[in-house]
Design a protein around this ligand. Structure first.
Ligand code: AR6
Length: 204
């Protein structure tokens, strides 16, 4: 069993319906957790969507989030005027159990140099964390931005994401967040995070 204090707080996570949510696999310290499952079922202050520049929906996790949130999410997204790659915008969560959705636009891996991709992916994580704090969020759950249709290799995306999260948590606003949850869907991303989380967030 995990050491006391390393479990995800049960009040912050739970299935929306009676579909069982997989148990948190492991939390590597008290503020960063890894979970494999459907991000649309999480009861958190904000979930982070892997969107595109139009912010008007699509496939993958974006499609799943819009399906569960309902048409009001699309209506709000239409007012936002899109979003630049490497940045993010925030909306309400509507019929989702999460209070907000942060729509981050990751890089399309093959369109850019690895350095530019990394800079833009890092920007998605940093901007999402800033937006969460600006809106009073204490708990935030990230999808594995760009690792699906956008083709970012999971073993390169995980360290970029973790580096940005660690830098933010160590920075001036880091204490404002109680929990950052990384939500994976496919084993390749779960495996990458299992490998890298202990390096970026060593167990205390
Ligand atoms: N919960 C959590 N993660 C999920 C879920 C889910 N329900 N469904 C998929 N994933 P992708 P991208 C994971 O392709 O690569 C869309 O069409 C998935 O396994 O959704 O950033 C947008 O509109 C992967 O690890 O996003 C854009 O056009 C991760 O979510 C484009 O795809 C991201 O995969 C963005 O591509």
């Amino acid at each position: 069993p995990a050491a006391p204090g390393t479990e995800l707080p049960p009040t912050h996570l739970g299935p929306k319906t009676d579909t069982p949510l997989p148990a948190p696999s492991k939390s590597f310290n008290d503020r960063v957790g890894l979970l494999r499952g459907d991000i649309t079922s999480l009861v958190v202050d904000a979930i982070v969507n892997a969107a595109n520049r139009s912010l008007l929906g699509g496939g993958g996790v974006d499609g799943a989030i819009h399906r569960v949130a309902g048409p009001e999410l699309y209506d709000e997204c239409q007012q936002l005027g899109g979003c630049k790659t490497g940045s993010a915008k925030i909306t309400g969560g509507y019929s989702l159990p999460s209070r907000h959705v942060i729509h981050a636009v990751g890089p399309i891996y093959n369109h850019l140099s690895p350095d530019d991709s990394e800079r833009l992916l890092t920007g998605c994580y940093t901007r999402s964390l800033e937006l969460a704090v600006e809106h009073g969020c204490k708990t935030i759950a990230f999808s594995a931005i760009s690792t699906g249709v956008y083709g970012y290799p999971s073993r390169e995306a995980a360290p970029a994401a973790l580096g940005a999260i660690r830098k933010f948590l160590a920075g001036p606003d880091g204490a404002k967040l109680d929990k950052v949850i990384i939500v994976t869907f496919e084993m390749k991303d779960q495996d990458a995070y299992k490998e890298y989380i202990p390096l970026y967030f060593p167990p205390s």
